[in-house]
Design a protein around this ligand. Structure first.
Ligand SMILES: Cc1cc2nc3c(=O)[nH]c(=O)nc-3n(C[C@H](O)[C@H](O)[C@H](O)COP(=O)(O)O)c2cc1C
Length: 215
């Protein structure tokens, strides 16, 4: 079955980004396993996202209540709606996500804050929160100098993968897979070993997903 993949790049390091290198390999293999796959890249470090300023936030309530809003605020909400619809138009979202100060880079957080809007990315009803991303798949290529994998002694410092999982779950995406790429700081052979391990986990993940889709 053909699929649409969005690669969300959360590292500003361009070609030097290690998480991007691994994500690109993973996406190439996903595409090879599923002919007709369409891939789009969104580098949130260069994206011209509408800022959630005070007037824009207040304007949201004014729009919901049918009150007058300034043209620029109306235009900002139009662009936010387009950004949400764009995100939700993909079947699978691959994130290149480095750890920054235990969490994620602010550029990626800005994107998440922009698109996580009530009535657009999730709905709240009497039965609880319904995420509009249900049925989609997310893959995180999560890089970092520290090893914060679940069984490591520094696991409690993980506000990167745990945050991404919590946010994805909130918008309904529960089919989440993680490729860890760490440690990316230290003796060159340790970093090269981390790269090799991440490439092979990415390849194994694609093989597993392809096998599961054939069953
Ligand atoms: C501003 C900044 C903050 C960082 N904070 C952390 C951190 O808290 N924990 C960690 O393990 N690595 C941290 N790092 C290191 C990066 O996570 C690491 O270099 C990672 O490989 C970057 O991924 P990339 O090559 O895809 O950009 C930080 C790097 C930067 C630039």
């Amino acid at each position: 079955m053909s699929q649409r993949i969005l690669h969300v790049i959360g590292s500003p390091r361009g070609e030097r980004s290690r998480s991007v290198k691994v994500a690109q390999r993973l996406i190439e293999r996903l595409a090879a396993a599923s002919p007709g796959t369409e891939v789009e890249t969104l580098n949130v470090c260069h994206a011209d996202l509408p800022a959630l300023t005070g007037p824009v936030i207040e304007g949201r309530y004014a729009l919901i209540e049918g009150r007058e809003v300034a043209d620029d605020v109306r235009a900002a909400w139009g662009r936010i709606g387009e950004a949400v619809a764009h995100f939700l138009s993909f079947d699978c979202i691959v994130f290149s996500v480095p750890m920054w100060n235990f969490g994620i880079p602010w550029q990626l957080k800005q994107y998440i804050d922009t698109i996580t809007q009530p009535g657009m990315a999730f709905r709240v009803s009497e039965s609880g929160v319904e995420g509009m991303g249900a049925g989609k798949r997310a893959i995180l290529v999560a890089s970092g100098a520290l090893d914060i994998r679940p069984d490591s002694p520094t696991a409690e410092l993980d506000f990167q993968v745990r945050f991404m999982r919590a946010w994805l779950g909130f918008i309904g995406i529960t089919d989440v897979h993680v490729v860890h790429l760490r440690p990316t700081y230290g003796p060159p052979d340790a970093v090269e070993a981390a790269m090799a391990e991440a490439y092979s986990s990415a390849e194994a993940l694609v093989d597993d997903l392809s096998r599961a889709s054939r069953v």
